[in-house]
Design a protein around this ligand. Structure first.
Ligand code: HEM
Length: 380
């Protein structure tokens, strides 16, 4: 885990890689993965009669997107479970890291954070070395710098490290940057998967709203001869509201953490310097004064003109200088995948669909629904 100084340096070195301009160039790749996902849901779904466990399908989708967008690797994780990259990644995503109590303790006691490994050491080494190999190959290729993926981003960042004493002193090394890439991969992958699962779940429970969103999508793509483009995504206010409301109820990251830099006085409370503040998003997003009928899925509360909540009462991507670096990227990915699914299929309940979602137990940072089983009925 990083110190405060390292965090600032990494953010300034890697942050610019997540701009909207960079994303425009990757539409084709997102669409390709979305098409594959839709194909698999159609193939396995028996016309909507068979309940499919979403975590399996959406994990594969998110995995393929990040392997391709991030590392330039073409992996079909659904069909290629024996691929070493897929196998190692599964060890991180399944249980080992998310259940590691040391990580939870490190988040509460930042003084020890720099001594804690985020991932099992052999998995960490596998990824750090794989990224190094990919970087070496990329350096020899003429297309270095043109793909605009994580590897290009890190190549540029490593160049900036050369001869820079300031970075050296605070311990920013090529290895640390490579480890940060793994971190990006993990948080991005898991959160995207959860956002897609929860939105699909609420669509299945609310078929009327699902139909309205489908109409909105079909209307928007009329202007582009049925093609989904980057611009299409800015013309879907009801769909945006549905995703926002789903992330209110099932917020992929469950808590924000901050450390007080000085003694802070608020009314008769003093937060002493060095104290760790944990902001529980699950509870905050259910504050009845901000969100009346907090347990109800009501996307209309996020439509323009209806928003009455305090902006600090809804923080799925955090806020301030540490706000999620991948917010725009993840919104694009979720939109492309869901627009594609809704255009082709109806998401329906099956006998296995739960009345209420359940989550992996424990004091986790990432909230992971476990039993979302839905049907996907082709529309044509
Ligand atoms: C639906 C998807 C996502 C959600 C809900 C989400 C949520 C969050 C939240 C709540 C934080 C903490 C912000 C804070 O403390 O104020 C965070 C941080 C972060 N997220 Fe995301 N995230 C998502 C997708 C992604 C993606 C796709 C990436 C990268 C590819 C990413 C990379 C990061 C990084 C690197 C940080 C740490 C930022 C820092 O400390 O400077 N996230 N995310």
């Amino acid at each position: 885990m990083r110190t405060d100084e390292q965090w600032k340096a990494v953010r300034s070195l890697l942050g610019p890689g997540f701009t909207g301009r960079r994303m425009k160039n990757t539409v084709d790749m997102f669409l390709e993965c979305a098409k594959n996902l839709t194909k698999m849901l159609k193939r396995d779904g028996e016309e909507g009669k068979k309940g499919l466990d979403l975590s399996r399908y959406f994990s594969s989708f998110a995995f393929d997107v990040f392997a391709s967008y991030g590392f330039g690797l073409e992996v079909s994780s659904m069909e290629d479970a024996e691929n070493p990259f897929v196998k190692m990644a599964n060890r991180i995503f399944c249980t080992e890291s998310f259940n590691n109590p040391l990580i939870t303790i490190a988040l509460a006691f930042p003084e020890i954070a720099s001594y804690v490994d985020m991932f099992p050491p052999d998995v960490n080494d596998f990824f750090v070395n794989t990224i190094k190999d990919i970087i070496d190959i990329r350096k020899q290729n003429l297309d270095a710098g043109t793909r605009k993926d994580y590897i290009d981003l890190i190549l540029q960042a490593i160049e900036k490290l050369t001869g820079n004493e300031e970075y050296k002193q605070i311990g920013i090394t090529p290895k640390l940057l490579r480890e940060q890439l793994i971190f990006f991969f993990i948080v991005g992958y898991d959160s995207v998967k959860t956002a897609m699962s929860s939105t699909s779940y609420y669509f299945a429970l609310h078929p009327d709203i699902q139909s309205q969103v489908r109409m909105e999508i079909l209307d928007a793509i009329k202007e582009t001869d049925g093609e989904i483009r980057h611009e299409t995504l800015s013309k879907l206010p009801l769909f945006d509201a549905c995703i926002a409301e789903s992330m209110r109820l099932i917020c992929p990251l469950n808590r924000l953490e901050r450390v007080a830099k000085l003694d802070f006085h608020y009314k008769n409370i003093v937060i002493p310097k060095g104290a760790v503040i944990q902001i529980p998003l699950y509870a905050l997003h259910r504050e009845p004064e901000e969100f009346p009928d907090p347990e109800e899925w009501k996307p209309e509360r996020f439509l323009e003109g209806n928003k009455t909540h305090d902006p600090y009462a809804y923080l799925p991507f955090g806020s301030g200088p540490r706000i999620c670096i991948g917010q725009r990227l993840s919104q694009e990915i979720v939109h492309y995948a869901m627009v594609h699914i809704l255009r082709e299929m109806e998401i329906v309940r099956t006998p296995e669909t739960p009345e209420k979602p359940e989550f992996h137990p424990g004091y986790r940072v990432a909230i992971q629904p476990i039993n979302i089983v839905l049907g996907f009925r082709p529309l044509h």
